[in-house]
Design a protein around this ligand. Structure first.
Ligand code: PAF
Length: 282
């Protein structure tokens, strides 16, 4: 497995693979990889001839008061995980390689991003769409793999690929959880011992909300209220949002039917803003 830091090196390697007729799977990440990323990489390895992983903490998707500086980084551990999972190339650029002097082109989206995380993180999806477009242009993958934990991101990327006629198959992969249910996230490392204990309330609310709908509840307000009440039993939990939306448009629904996404964001102890979700076809 190679680790490269320039766009030219990625292009040369991918060009050589494509000449040999190889299909390229791609997993874009911000590093500090965990079992969730590992599942994406293994799937990319299994479904393609070669798998490329990018590790880039993208400054453009962080707001001014967010955790860009403190975002955890560990290239050595990431490289070990990628190699063991079967990846063939890591692209690990410096910000200056991705955003040259004078950079002023952006990929932006309306609608889908004016909901859920887009409301509390106003610059986030413009940064994600811009960097993912750039990475797609650099890696030229046949398939790209994203976790369902970032459900809105997945919907946004699928829409972007359709709208901009990018010839890339977007594959969503299931959420991977800790033994107690907490969704795996690089940001879980921010949690103190007490916050980590209380963070389990996110997945408890998710499992309860899902069961209410599976048992026949169709009023989104009833489900959301029950989830909020459960989350509020934890003194360190501050709810950002608990919403039930159409899975494709991210618009709120009055009745639970069709393809729905229930998504939550909760701040735990002022240490980490965590997200979780479930989707159902009703
Ligand atoms: O999900 C992430 O880790 C990031 O948003 C992504 C897709 C790598 C873009 O920076």
């Amino acid at each position: 497995m190679k680790i490269v830091s320039t766009i030219a090196e990625v292009r040369a390697q991918v060009k050589a693979w494509k000449k040999e007729g190889k299909r390229v799977g791609f997993v874009p990440t911000m590093g500090y990889l965990h079992e969730g990323h590992e599942s994406l990489i293994k799937r990319a390895v299994a479904e393609n001839d070669v798998a490329v992983v990018s590790i880039f903490v993208n400054p453009m998707q962080f707001g001014p008061t967010e955790d860009l500086e403190s975002y955890p980084r560990d290239l050595e551990a990431d490289a070990k995980l990628c190699e063991a999972a079967g990846a063939k190339l890591i692209f690990h650029p410096e910000p200056e390689e991705m955003y040259k002097d004078g950079f002023c082109s952006f990929v932006d989206m309306s609608g889908l991003t004016n909901a859920l995380c887009g409301l509390s993180r106003p610059v986030h999806f413009r940064g994600v769409c811009t960097v993912v477009s750039k990475l797609f242009n650099i890696v030229m993958p046949d398939r790209a793999y994203f976790g369902e934990k970032d459900a809105q991101q997945l919907a946004v990327i699928k829409r972007m690929v359709t709208d901009l006629n990018m010839d890339i198959e977007i594959v969503g992969c299931p959420i991977i959880r800790e033994a107690d249910g907490l969704a795996k996230s690089s940001r879980n490392t921010y949690l103190s011992e007490e916050s980590r204990k209380q963070a389990v309330i996110l997945s408890k609310a998710i499992f309860m909300g899902k069961k209410m709908i599976e048992d026949g509840e169709r009023n989104p307000e009833t489900v959301k209220k029950a989830m909020c009440e459960l989350i509020s039993t934890m003194p360190l939990a501050t709810i950002d949002y608990v919403e039930i939306v159409d899975r494709n448009t991210m618009k709120n629904v009055d009745l639970i039917q069709g393809e729905i996404l229930c998504a939550i964001a909760v701040n735990i102890g002022g240490e980490a803003r965590l997200i979780d979700n479930f989707h159902l076809s009703v």
